[in-house]
Design a protein around this ligand. Structure first.
Ligand SMILES: Cc1cc2nc3c(=O)[nH]c(=O)nc-3n(C[C@H](O)[C@H](O)[C@H](O)COP(=O)(O)O)c2cc1C
Length: 346
């Protein structure tokens, strides 16, 4: 019944996936105190190499991108070497892996890096760091155009570091209310300079990051995750629709490896998008689309057969079932995900 999930899929001339199931990016907070990936992480990813493509947990591009404890980085030689162990384990088992490049913007906390929190505008996000409730979020500094230039340089350097570490490509984390997404929503971007105020300006930094990374490592190795429907760390605004209409049109011209939706539950509807985020993106972007959020193999297979998207990313079930692909292929029963599973790396 789920045969279409097991057809190979060419992202482009240089990257072919052996099946249509991606492992979604899943932050596990298990890097060492220098934010270096460990052998246990290499083993964890290696066990999941049967996925058509693994997207790594989000990886911070530089120290002030950190918003959670022990999230791995890609800005020191030790971190690159740690990731090399991970990519080697995945490749030895026949898999492919992209690094998800991350800066949390206003969801960062100075507890982790000791300098200012940076964001498009000086608007704090409510709440505090999960599992570290005493760390309430700060009012960020609105980035200057000099800060923005440096951020673009640092994203491109992290992409180059990812390739050096053996990754097959990168997925830019433009979703879930983090830095890039903060530029794309009116709730978090009230700038009145060339980076705010209208769709072209609000998309300028995100597109600069995309273009700098394409320049550095090639379009065939560059992917992007987006959240047109605000659902996490950001409130929606009906004016966001025009921003994403413009942004998706620009992305369409860039031949990314794929565009990936960032959401927890793809049955959520957004008034200003006229339905689900996935149906909105499908209508406004004609290239390869990866969807995610509450799917199982059967519902994903049906949606792909109905041409709602091209590839499925699976998150929580992959935490619970390292052998997810084999189980789906054989029709074996899956272990159900439970939050306690986040405490260890199996
Ligand atoms: C523990 C956990 C960690 C996550 N970490 C990330 C992350 O690092 N980057 C990201 O873009 N999404 C992250 N997500 C979201 C997932 O990629 C995915 O969109 C979400 O879990 C919905 O898919 P699912 O229903 O198949 O789990 C995370 C989700 C969970 C449950």
């Amino acid at each position: 019944m789920t045969d279409n999930l097991f057809q190979p899929f060419a992202l482009n001339d240089s990257i072919e996936l052996s099946n249509r199931i991606l492992m979604a990016p899943l932050t596990r907070c298990m890097a060492d105190d220098d934010l270096v990936p460990t052998q246990a992480m290499a083993d964890y990813y290696g066990r999941r190499a049967e996925a058509g493509l693994i997207i790594s947990e989000a990886v911070i591009i530089r120290p002030d991108g950190q918003g959670y404890p022990n999230t791995p980085g890609l800005f020191t030689q030790e971190q690159i070497a740690g990731w090399h162990k991970v990519t080697t384990a995945v490749h030895q088992n026949g898999g492919k892996i992209f690094a998800q490049l991350w800066h949390t913007g206003r969801v960062a906390h100075p507890h982790f890096f000791g300098s200012e929190v940076l964001a498009p505008s000086a608007l704090a996000v409510e709440g505090s760091v999960p599992r570290m409730r005493e760390l309430t979020y700060q009012v960020p500094k609105a980035v200057t155009s000099g800060d923005i230039k440096q951020l673009v340089i640092d994203y491109a350097q992290a992409a180059e570091n990812a390739v050096e570490a053996g990754f097959d490509g990168v997925e830019i984390h433009g979703a879930n209310g983090y830095l890039i997404d903060q530029f794309l929503h009116h709730d978090s971007n009230i700038r009145d300079d060339e980076f705010g105020g209208n769709p072209e300006n609000m998309a300028k930094f995100p597109l600069a990051v995309v273009d700098a990374i394409i320049d550095r490592i090639g379009e065939e190795k560059t992917a992007l995750r987006v959240s047109p429907g605000a659902y996490f760390n950001i409130a929606g605004d009906s004016r966001d629709r025009a921003v994403f209409d413009y942004f998706l049109g620009e992305l369409e011209q860039r031949n990314l490896a794929f565009l990936h939706l960032g959401i927890f539950d793809d049955s959520m509807e957004f008034d200003y998008l006229g339905g689900t985020a996935s149906s909105y993106v499908r209508e406004n972007y004609k290239q390869t689309l990866v969807c995610v959020g509450g799917y199982n193999a059967e519902t994903a297979s049906t949606a792909i057969a109905e041409n709602k998207f091209d590839l499925i990313a699976i998150g929580r079930p992959f935490i619970a079932n390292p052998d997810y692909i084999e189980k789906v292929r054989n029709g074996s029963e899956l272990v159900e995900y439970a939050e306690e599973m986040l405490m260890s790396l199996v």
